[in-house]
Design a protein around this ligand. Structure first.
Ligand code: ADP
Ligand code: MG
Length: 242
């Protein structure tokens, strides 16, 4: 289980400052949901944690590794992070099983048999043990996203990052994916989840962070931020999404 410490994180694209000094900590085993309007910088924040973007300034520390150190081994950092995006990005020409083994073999250098055993365990875990030999196009969007979660879990991450994992799904498929995430949280996984699913955030998050225009407006337990927000901007946002 990992901790994440974010200190005065700033990110600009040219003249546009997208993150304007973000501070927060995720404790080991905690689930933190990040909510906020489109364009507020939520994806950029996650992308700075997994180094898909280089922060302009500030510090991000995962466990005892400062990942914003210019000399950090980016691949070693990424191996500890599982990432799940809105688009599942499965390889369409590979079976579900192969989608879950390929990075294990290429990045972690696991042998085929071990990779397949771990893949099957994780496919069971997300409720898709029966689909190992299917191709992505034969699965629903919700099933494809659960394969993407199994693929991330097979790498034994100590921290999972989710960026709107259910936003591309038909409404009736959202529940299964959230159910898998809920179980992961129950198993003690440290998670950062960008989501518009307020019920999920209310029930599963230890903390909810509300971002607007590149700053954290409100950060606290869901009973505060979602149920009894203190700031007008949070209330206004919630009135639009609830
Ligand atoms: P959110 O995920 O909250 O919708 P984003 O982090 O995706 O917000 O984007 C925040 C702002 O940063 C937006 O104005 C977006 O257009 C801008 N932005 C994001 N990525 C880039 C990029 N690579 N280059 C330029 N601008 C970007
Ligand atoms: Mg986004």
């Amino acid at each position: 289980m990992s901790t994440v410490e974010i200190r005065n994180l700033r990110k600009s694209f040219g003249k546009l400052e997208v993150l304007k000094g973000i501070d927060f900590t995720v404790e080991a085993g905690q689930v933190v949901c990040v909510i906020g309007p489109s364009g507020s910088g939520k994806s950029t924040l996650l992308r700075c944690v997994n180094l898909l973007e280089r922060p302009t300034s500030g510090r991000v520390v995962v466990d005892d590794t400062e990942i914003t150190d210019p000399d950090v081994d980016i691949d070693a950092v990424r191996r500890r992070l599982g990432m799940v995006f809105q688009q599942f990005n499965l390889f369409p020409h590979l079976t579900v099983l192969r989608n879950v083994t390929i990075a294990q073999e290429r990045v972690l250098r696991r042998g085929r048999a071990e990779a397949e055993r771990i893949a099957r365990e994780n496919l069971e875990r997300v409720g898709l043990g029966e689909k190992a030999d299917a191709f992505p196009a034969q699965l629903s969007g919700g099933q494809q996203q659960r394969v993407a979660i199994a693929r991330a879990l097979a790498m034994n991450p100590s921290l999972m990052l989710f960026d709107e994992p259910t936003s591309a799904l038909d409404p009736e498929l959202v529940g299964d994916v959230l159910g898998v995430m809920r179980e992961l949280a129950g198993d003690g996984m440290t998670m950062m989840v960008v989501t518009h699913e307020m019920n999920f955030a209310r029930e599963v998050a230890d903390r909810v962070v509300f971002m607007d225009q590149g700053v954290i407006v409100e950060d606290g337990p869901p009973e505060q931020v979602i149920v009894a927000p203190r700031h007008a901007r949070t209330r206004e946002f919630l009135s639009r999404v609830l």
